[in-house]
Write a new protein. Structure first.
Ligand code: HEM
Length: 389
Protein backbone atom coordinates (compact mmCIF):
# COMPACT_ATOMS: atom_id res chain seq x y z
CA UNK A 1 0.00 0.00 0.00
CA UNK A 2 2.82 2.35 0.99
CA UNK A 3 4.64 1.53 -2.24
CA UNK A 4 1.53 2.30 -4.23
CA UNK A 5 1.14 5.61 -2.40
CA UNK A 6 4.77 6.49 -3.06
CA UNK A 7 4.47 5.66 -6.75
CA UNK A 8 1.26 7.65 -7.02
CA UNK A 9 2.91 10.62 -5.32
CA UNK A 10 5.92 10.41 -7.60
CA UNK A 11 3.74 10.19 -10.69
CA UNK A 12 1.70 13.13 -9.42
CA UNK A 13 4.82 15.22 -9.00
CA UNK A 14 5.97 14.34 -12.49
CA UNK A 15 2.63 15.32 -13.91
CA UNK A 16 2.73 18.64 -12.07
CA UNK A 17 6.23 19.17 -13.37
CA UNK A 18 5.15 18.40 -16.92
CA UNK A 19 2.26 20.75 -16.64
CA UNK A 20 4.38 23.64 -15.45
CA UNK A 21 7.32 23.50 -17.80
CA UNK A 22 7.55 22.65 -21.49
CA UNK A 23 10.77 23.44 -23.26
CA UNK A 24 11.33 27.15 -22.89
CA UNK A 25 7.76 27.77 -21.85
CA UNK A 26 6.92 27.80 -18.17
CA UNK A 27 4.18 28.85 -15.85
CA UNK A 28 5.09 32.21 -14.32
CA UNK A 29 7.77 33.05 -16.91
CA UNK A 30 7.39 36.79 -16.24
CA UNK A 31 7.83 36.58 -12.47
CA UNK A 32 10.68 38.92 -11.54
CA UNK A 33 11.13 40.16 -15.11
CA UNK A 34 9.50 43.57 -14.59
CA UNK A 35 10.56 46.44 -12.37
CA UNK A 36 8.89 46.75 -8.96
CA UNK A 37 7.71 43.14 -9.04
CA UNK A 38 4.93 44.12 -11.38
CA UNK A 39 2.47 41.24 -11.74
CA UNK A 40 1.95 40.94 -15.47
CA UNK A 41 -0.77 38.33 -15.22
CA UNK A 42 -2.77 40.54 -12.86
CA UNK A 43 -2.62 43.41 -15.34
CA UNK A 44 -3.90 41.21 -18.17
CA UNK A 45 -6.59 39.88 -15.86
CA UNK A 46 -7.70 43.43 -15.05
CA UNK A 47 -8.06 44.37 -18.71
CA UNK A 48 -9.95 41.18 -19.57
CA UNK A 49 -12.21 41.49 -16.54
CA UNK A 50 -13.16 45.05 -17.48
CA UNK A 51 -14.15 43.87 -20.96
CA UNK A 52 -15.88 40.71 -19.82
CA UNK A 53 -18.02 42.68 -17.38
CA UNK A 54 -19.33 44.71 -20.30
CA UNK A 55 -19.56 41.87 -22.79
CA UNK A 56 -19.69 38.20 -21.83
CA UNK A 57 -19.12 37.17 -25.43
CA UNK A 58 -15.49 38.23 -24.97
CA UNK A 59 -14.73 34.65 -23.94
CA UNK A 60 -15.83 33.29 -27.32
CA UNK A 61 -13.98 36.05 -29.13
CA UNK A 62 -10.71 35.23 -27.38
CA UNK A 63 -11.01 31.45 -27.64
CA UNK A 64 -11.49 31.61 -31.38
CA UNK A 65 -8.79 34.22 -31.84
CA UNK A 66 -6.38 32.04 -29.86
CA UNK A 67 -7.22 28.96 -31.96
CA UNK A 68 -6.92 30.83 -35.26
CA UNK A 69 -3.57 32.27 -34.17
CA UNK A 70 -2.07 28.98 -33.03
CA UNK A 71 -3.16 27.05 -36.13
CA UNK A 72 -1.51 29.55 -38.48
CA UNK A 73 2.25 30.02 -37.98
CA UNK A 74 1.94 28.65 -34.45
CA UNK A 75 1.07 30.68 -31.35
CA UNK A 76 3.06 33.76 -32.33
CA UNK A 77 0.39 36.47 -32.43
CA UNK A 78 0.80 36.68 -36.21
CA UNK A 79 -2.97 37.02 -36.42
CA UNK A 80 -2.67 40.48 -34.84
CA UNK A 81 -0.36 42.03 -37.44
CA UNK A 82 -2.04 44.68 -39.61
CA UNK A 83 -1.42 45.01 -43.32
CA UNK A 84 -2.74 44.28 -46.78
CA UNK A 85 -1.61 40.63 -46.62
CA UNK A 86 -2.49 40.22 -42.97
CA UNK A 87 -4.14 37.14 -41.49
CA UNK A 88 -6.87 39.45 -40.20
CA UNK A 89 -7.88 40.21 -43.77
CA UNK A 90 -7.94 36.57 -44.83
CA UNK A 91 -11.38 35.21 -45.50
CA UNK A 92 -11.41 32.58 -42.71
CA UNK A 93 -10.73 35.32 -40.16
CA UNK A 94 -13.41 37.76 -41.29
CA UNK A 95 -15.64 37.06 -38.30
CA UNK A 96 -12.82 36.72 -35.79
CA UNK A 97 -13.09 39.37 -33.11
CA UNK A 98 -11.39 40.40 -29.89
CA UNK A 99 -8.29 42.04 -31.36
CA UNK A 100 -9.07 45.17 -29.37
CA UNK A 101 -9.13 43.22 -26.09
CA UNK A 102 -5.56 42.09 -26.72
CA UNK A 103 -4.54 45.63 -27.69
CA UNK A 104 -6.01 46.98 -24.45
CA UNK A 105 -4.28 44.35 -22.33
CA UNK A 106 -0.99 44.93 -24.13
CA UNK A 107 -1.21 48.70 -23.63
CA UNK A 108 -1.86 48.20 -19.91
CA UNK A 109 1.07 45.81 -19.61
CA UNK A 110 3.40 48.11 -21.57
CA UNK A 111 2.64 50.98 -19.20
CA UNK A 112 3.99 48.98 -16.26
CA UNK A 113 6.53 46.71 -17.89
CA UNK A 114 7.61 47.95 -21.31
CA UNK A 115 9.14 45.70 -23.94
CA UNK A 116 8.99 42.47 -21.97
CA UNK A 117 5.70 40.66 -22.47
CA UNK A 118 4.90 39.16 -25.85
CA UNK A 119 1.56 39.56 -27.57
CA UNK A 120 1.49 35.78 -28.04
CA UNK A 121 1.55 35.32 -24.27
CA UNK A 122 -1.07 38.00 -23.78
CA UNK A 123 -3.41 36.06 -26.09
CA UNK A 124 -2.90 32.91 -24.00
CA UNK A 125 -3.30 34.67 -20.66
CA UNK A 126 -6.29 36.72 -21.74
CA UNK A 127 -8.03 33.64 -23.13
CA UNK A 128 -7.46 31.75 -19.89
CA UNK A 129 -8.79 34.65 -17.85
CA UNK A 130 -11.90 34.98 -20.00
CA UNK A 131 -12.56 31.25 -19.61
CA UNK A 132 -12.16 31.56 -15.83
CA UNK A 133 -14.44 34.60 -15.75
CA UNK A 134 -17.07 32.68 -17.72
CA UNK A 135 -17.22 30.08 -14.93
CA UNK A 136 -17.04 32.67 -12.15
CA UNK A 137 -13.48 31.61 -11.30
CA UNK A 138 -14.75 28.22 -10.12
CA UNK A 139 -11.76 26.79 -11.93
CA UNK A 140 -8.85 28.07 -13.93
CA UNK A 141 -5.88 26.47 -15.59
CA UNK A 142 -2.29 27.63 -15.34
CA UNK A 143 -0.89 29.07 -18.54
CA UNK A 144 2.66 28.54 -19.70
CA UNK A 145 4.35 31.70 -20.92
CA UNK A 146 7.63 32.62 -22.56
CA UNK A 147 6.49 32.83 -26.18
CA UNK A 148 7.88 35.43 -28.56
CA UNK A 149 6.04 37.22 -31.33
CA UNK A 150 6.33 36.31 -35.00
CA UNK A 151 7.60 38.67 -37.66
CA UNK A 152 5.36 37.82 -40.59
CA UNK A 153 1.75 36.90 -41.17
CA UNK A 154 1.12 33.30 -42.17
CA UNK A 155 -1.01 31.64 -44.79
CA UNK A 156 -4.40 31.16 -43.24
CA UNK A 157 -4.99 27.45 -43.42
CA UNK A 158 -7.87 26.45 -41.18
CA UNK A 159 -10.25 23.51 -41.06
CA UNK A 160 -13.37 23.78 -43.16
CA UNK A 161 -16.72 24.11 -41.45
CA UNK A 162 -17.65 20.91 -43.32
CA UNK A 163 -14.64 18.95 -42.16
CA UNK A 164 -15.27 15.36 -41.08
CA UNK A 165 -14.08 14.01 -37.74
CA UNK A 166 -11.47 11.80 -39.42
CA UNK A 167 -10.08 14.76 -41.35
CA UNK A 168 -10.12 16.90 -38.25
CA UNK A 169 -8.18 14.28 -36.30
CA UNK A 170 -5.52 14.44 -39.00
CA UNK A 171 -5.40 18.24 -39.00
CA UNK A 172 -4.96 18.34 -35.23
CA UNK A 173 -2.37 15.53 -35.37
CA UNK A 174 -0.41 17.59 -37.89
CA UNK A 175 -0.13 20.23 -35.18
CA UNK A 176 0.99 17.66 -32.62
CA UNK A 177 -2.40 17.50 -30.92
CA UNK A 178 -4.13 14.30 -29.84
CA UNK A 179 -7.70 13.18 -30.35
CA UNK A 180 -8.36 14.06 -26.70
CA UNK A 181 -6.95 17.55 -27.25
CA UNK A 182 -9.21 17.94 -30.29
CA UNK A 183 -12.34 16.79 -28.47
CA UNK A 184 -11.59 19.09 -25.51
CA UNK A 185 -10.75 22.11 -27.67
CA UNK A 186 -13.77 21.73 -29.92
CA UNK A 187 -16.04 21.03 -26.97
CA UNK A 188 -14.80 23.88 -24.81
CA UNK A 189 -14.47 26.29 -27.73
CA UNK A 190 -17.90 25.61 -29.11
CA UNK A 191 -19.60 25.71 -25.72
CA UNK A 192 -19.71 29.49 -26.15
CA UNK A 193 -20.21 31.98 -28.94
CA UNK A 194 -22.10 32.07 -32.17
CA UNK A 195 -22.18 30.81 -35.66
CA UNK A 196 -24.02 32.34 -38.58
CA UNK A 197 -26.74 30.81 -40.74
CA UNK A 198 -24.59 30.23 -43.84
CA UNK A 199 -22.45 27.75 -41.92
CA UNK A 200 -25.38 25.49 -41.12
CA UNK A 201 -27.75 25.87 -44.09
CA UNK A 202 -26.61 22.57 -45.59
CA UNK A 203 -27.46 20.74 -42.37
CA UNK A 204 -30.90 22.32 -42.34
CA UNK A 205 -31.93 21.85 -45.96
CA UNK A 206 -29.55 19.90 -48.12
CA UNK A 207 -27.27 17.64 -46.17
CA UNK A 208 -24.73 15.93 -48.41
CA UNK A 209 -26.79 17.03 -51.45
CA UNK A 210 -29.77 14.91 -50.38
CA UNK A 211 -32.24 17.82 -50.31
CA UNK A 212 -32.96 16.61 -46.80
CA UNK A 213 -31.76 17.86 -43.41
CA UNK A 214 -29.00 16.17 -41.46
CA UNK A 215 -30.66 13.04 -40.04
CA UNK A 216 -28.49 13.40 -36.94
CA UNK A 217 -30.10 16.69 -35.93
CA UNK A 218 -32.87 16.51 -33.34
CA UNK A 219 -36.26 17.42 -34.89
CA UNK A 220 -36.80 20.08 -32.24
CA UNK A 221 -33.46 21.73 -32.97
CA UNK A 222 -34.12 21.46 -36.69
CA UNK A 223 -37.37 23.32 -36.41
CA UNK A 224 -35.84 25.99 -34.14
CA UNK A 225 -32.93 26.56 -36.48
CA UNK A 226 -35.07 26.54 -39.61
CA UNK A 227 -37.16 29.35 -38.25
CA UNK A 228 -34.02 31.28 -37.41
CA UNK A 229 -32.38 30.52 -40.75
CA UNK A 230 -35.17 30.26 -43.36
CA UNK A 231 -34.30 28.76 -46.77
CA UNK A 232 -34.67 32.09 -48.47
CA UNK A 233 -34.08 35.48 -47.01
CA UNK A 234 -31.88 34.27 -44.18
CA UNK A 235 -29.59 37.07 -43.22
CA UNK A 236 -25.95 36.12 -43.42
CA UNK A 237 -25.24 37.90 -40.16
CA UNK A 238 -28.01 36.10 -38.24
CA UNK A 239 -26.37 34.59 -35.16
CA UNK A 240 -27.08 31.17 -33.70
CA UNK A 241 -25.74 30.15 -30.28
CA UNK A 242 -23.26 27.30 -30.51
CA UNK A 243 -24.49 26.09 -27.12
CA UNK A 244 -28.24 25.64 -27.29
CA UNK A 245 -28.47 25.48 -23.52
CA UNK A 246 -29.30 29.14 -23.01
CA UNK A 247 -28.26 29.00 -19.37
CA UNK A 248 -24.69 28.27 -20.30
CA UNK A 249 -24.33 29.92 -23.70
CA UNK A 250 -21.56 32.15 -22.31
CA UNK A 251 -19.99 29.57 -20.00
CA UNK A 252 -17.10 27.31 -21.02
CA UNK A 253 -18.36 23.99 -19.74
CA UNK A 254 -19.27 20.46 -20.75
CA UNK A 255 -22.73 21.37 -21.95
CA UNK A 256 -21.49 21.05 -25.56
CA UNK A 257 -21.02 17.33 -24.97
CA UNK A 258 -24.43 16.99 -23.36
CA UNK A 259 -26.02 18.82 -26.27
CA UNK A 260 -24.17 16.66 -28.80
CA UNK A 261 -25.43 13.51 -27.04
CA UNK A 262 -28.97 14.87 -27.52
CA UNK A 263 -28.30 15.60 -31.22
CA UNK A 264 -28.39 19.29 -30.53
CA UNK A 265 -24.90 20.27 -31.70
CA UNK A 266 -24.87 23.10 -34.21
CA UNK A 267 -21.87 22.55 -36.43
CA UNK A 268 -21.55 19.36 -38.41
CA UNK A 269 -18.20 18.33 -36.95
CA UNK A 270 -19.52 18.93 -33.44
CA UNK A 271 -22.42 16.56 -33.97
CA UNK A 272 -20.28 13.92 -35.64
CA UNK A 273 -17.95 13.82 -32.65
CA UNK A 274 -20.76 12.18 -30.69
CA UNK A 275 -20.96 9.28 -33.18
CA UNK A 276 -17.46 8.75 -34.50
CA UNK A 277 -15.82 5.63 -33.03
CA UNK A 278 -12.64 7.56 -32.20
CA UNK A 279 -14.42 10.25 -30.20
CA UNK A 280 -17.85 9.07 -29.03
CA UNK A 281 -16.70 7.47 -25.75
CA UNK A 282 -14.85 10.62 -24.74
CA UNK A 283 -17.84 12.79 -25.66
CA UNK A 284 -20.14 10.57 -23.58
CA UNK A 285 -17.84 10.41 -20.56
CA UNK A 286 -17.16 14.15 -20.64
CA UNK A 287 -20.89 14.85 -20.84
CA UNK A 288 -21.44 12.77 -17.70
CA UNK A 289 -18.28 13.35 -15.72
CA UNK A 290 -16.47 16.13 -13.92
CA UNK A 291 -13.12 15.92 -15.70
CA UNK A 292 -13.74 18.63 -18.27
CA UNK A 293 -11.97 21.56 -16.55
CA UNK A 294 -8.71 19.65 -16.08
CA UNK A 295 -8.74 18.12 -19.54
CA UNK A 296 -9.70 21.38 -21.21
CA UNK A 297 -6.89 23.25 -19.40
CA UNK A 298 -4.39 20.61 -20.49
CA UNK A 299 -5.61 20.82 -24.08
CA UNK A 300 -5.36 24.63 -24.07
CA UNK A 301 -1.76 24.34 -22.91
CA UNK A 302 -1.04 21.81 -25.65
CA UNK A 303 -2.61 24.18 -28.17
CA UNK A 304 -0.49 26.98 -26.70
CA UNK A 305 2.68 25.03 -27.48
CA UNK A 306 2.03 24.71 -31.20
CA UNK A 307 4.89 26.20 -33.22
CA UNK A 308 6.00 28.64 -30.53
CA UNK A 309 8.96 30.97 -30.83
CA UNK A 310 11.06 31.22 -27.68
CA UNK A 311 14.43 32.49 -26.48
CA UNK A 312 15.88 34.86 -29.07
CA UNK A 313 13.50 33.89 -31.83
CA UNK A 314 11.07 36.45 -33.18
CA UNK A 315 10.66 39.53 -31.01
CA UNK A 316 8.49 41.10 -28.34
CA UNK A 317 6.34 43.53 -30.27
CA UNK A 318 5.85 47.01 -28.84
CA UNK A 319 2.38 47.14 -30.28
CA UNK A 320 0.61 43.93 -31.16
CA UNK A 321 -0.61 45.06 -34.56
CA UNK A 322 2.80 46.19 -35.84
CA UNK A 323 6.07 44.31 -36.14
CA UNK A 324 8.99 46.24 -34.57
CA UNK A 325 11.72 47.34 -36.93
CA UNK A 326 14.14 44.42 -37.19
CA UNK A 327 17.19 44.89 -34.97
CA UNK A 328 19.99 42.58 -33.94
CA UNK A 329 17.72 41.73 -31.03
CA UNK A 330 15.24 39.93 -33.22
CA UNK A 331 15.81 36.85 -35.29
CA UNK A 332 14.73 37.56 -38.84
CA UNK A 333 13.80 34.01 -39.74
CA UNK A 334 10.54 32.67 -38.44
CA UNK A 335 12.81 30.27 -36.71
CA UNK A 336 11.78 26.72 -36.22
CA UNK A 337 8.36 26.98 -37.78
CA UNK A 338 8.11 28.48 -41.18
CA UNK A 339 11.49 27.04 -42.01
CA UNK A 340 13.43 28.88 -44.63
CA UNK A 341 10.51 30.41 -46.40
CA UNK A 342 9.66 33.30 -44.12
CA UNK A 343 10.00 35.80 -46.91
CA UNK A 344 8.29 33.58 -49.39
CA UNK A 345 5.48 33.06 -46.95
CA UNK A 346 4.98 36.77 -46.56
CA UNK A 347 5.15 37.28 -50.27
CA UNK A 348 2.84 34.45 -51.21
CA UNK A 349 0.52 35.19 -48.40
CA UNK A 350 -3.14 35.84 -48.40
CA UNK A 351 -3.67 37.42 -51.75
CA UNK A 352 -1.89 34.89 -53.89
CA UNK A 353 -4.12 32.79 -56.06
CA UNK A 354 -1.68 29.95 -56.38
CA UNK A 355 0.22 30.04 -53.14
CA UNK A 356 1.41 26.62 -52.17
CA UNK A 357 -0.58 25.36 -49.27
CA UNK A 358 1.15 23.00 -46.92
CA UNK A 359 4.63 23.55 -48.28
CA UNK A 360 5.33 27.15 -47.43
CA UNK A 361 3.55 27.45 -44.17
CA UNK A 362 3.59 25.61 -40.90
CA UNK A 363 0.97 23.11 -41.74
CA UNK A 364 2.67 19.81 -42.05
CA UNK A 365 3.34 18.72 -45.57
CA UNK A 366 0.89 15.92 -45.03
CA UNK A 367 -2.05 18.14 -44.19
CA UNK A 368 -5.15 16.72 -45.81
CA UNK A 369 -6.38 18.61 -48.82
CA UNK A 370 -9.60 19.58 -47.09
CA UNK A 371 -7.63 21.70 -44.69
CA UNK A 372 -4.93 22.77 -47.03
CA UNK A 373 -6.41 25.90 -48.43
CA UNK A 374 -4.84 29.27 -48.25
CA UNK A 375 -6.67 32.50 -48.08
CA UNK A 376 -7.57 32.53 -51.71
CA UNK A 377 -8.35 28.87 -52.04
CA UNK A 378 -11.74 27.78 -53.22
CA UNK A 379 -12.20 24.85 -50.83
CA UNK A 380 -15.05 25.37 -48.36
CA UNK A 381 -13.31 26.94 -45.40
CA UNK A 382 -14.42 28.75 -42.29
CA UNK A 383 -14.51 31.97 -44.19
CA UNK A 384 -15.81 30.81 -47.56
CA UNK A 385 -19.24 31.71 -46.48
CA UNK A 386 -18.43 35.05 -45.12
CA UNK A 387 -21.30 36.24 -43.02
CA UNK A 388 -19.53 39.30 -41.72
CA UNK A 389 -18.22 40.65 -44.99
C1 HEM B 1 -12.22 21.43 -36.72
C2 HEM B 1 -12.03 22.54 -36.05
C3 HEM B 1 -12.98 23.70 -36.04
C4 HEM B 1 -13.91 24.08 -36.95
C5 HEM B 1 -14.26 23.41 -38.28
C6 HEM B 1 -14.55 25.25 -36.43
C7 HEM B 1 -15.57 25.93 -37.06
C8 HEM B 1 -16.20 27.06 -36.57
C9 HEM B 1 -17.24 27.80 -37.27
C10 HEM B 1 -17.78 27.48 -38.63
C11 HEM B 1 -17.61 28.81 -36.45
C12 HEM B 1 -18.65 29.87 -36.75
C13 HEM B 1 -17.99 31.08 -37.36
C14 HEM B 1 -18.97 32.14 -37.77
O1 HEM B 1 -20.15 31.90 -37.89
O2 HEM B 1 -18.54 33.29 -37.97
C15 HEM B 1 -16.84 28.71 -35.25
C16 HEM B 1 -16.97 29.55 -34.18
C17 HEM B 1 -16.22 29.45 -33.03
N1 HEM B 1 -15.17 28.60 -32.82
FE1 HEM B 1 -14.60 27.06 -33.99
N2 HEM B 1 -14.01 25.57 -35.23
C18 HEM B 1 -13.04 24.64 -34.96
C19 HEM B 1 -12.25 24.60 -33.82
C20 HEM B 1 -12.30 25.49 -32.79
C21 HEM B 1 -11.42 25.48 -31.64
C22 HEM B 1 -10.31 24.47 -31.42
C23 HEM B 1 -11.79 26.52 -30.85
C24 HEM B 1 -11.23 27.00 -29.52
C25 HEM B 1 -10.41 26.34 -28.78
C26 HEM B 1 -12.91 27.17 -31.49
C27 HEM B 1 -13.61 28.23 -30.97
C28 HEM B 1 -14.68 28.84 -31.57
C29 HEM B 1 -15.47 29.87 -30.93
C30 HEM B 1 -15.29 30.40 -29.51
C31 HEM B 1 -16.42 30.27 -31.86
C32 HEM B 1 -17.48 31.37 -31.68
C33 HEM B 1 -16.83 32.69 -32.05
C34 HEM B 1 -17.68 33.92 -31.78
O3 HEM B 1 -18.72 33.85 -31.12
O4 HEM B 1 -17.26 34.99 -32.22
N3 HEM B 1 -13.18 26.54 -32.67
N4 HEM B 1 -15.98 27.65 -35.34
Amino acid sequence: MKVLAAVTLALGLILINFSTCYGDLQVGFYKGKCRNEVDVEAIVRGAVTARFNRDHSAVAALLRLCFHDCFVNGCDASILIDGPNSEKKASPNKSVRGYDIIDEAKAAVERECPGVVSCADIISLATRDAVALSVGWRWKYDVETGRRDGLVPGIVDLPSSRITVSESIQVFADKGLTVTDMVMLLGGGHSVGFTHCPFIMDRLYNFNNTNMPDPNMSPFLLSTLRSRCPPTGARDNQEVNLDQNTFSAFVVDQSYYQQAMMRRAILRVDQELAFHPATRDLVASTARGSGFPTQFGAAMNNLGRVGVLTGNQGQVRNRCNVVNPITSNSTPAVANKASTSATTTAATNNTSTNAPTATTNNASTSAPSTAAANNANTSPMLGDINPMA
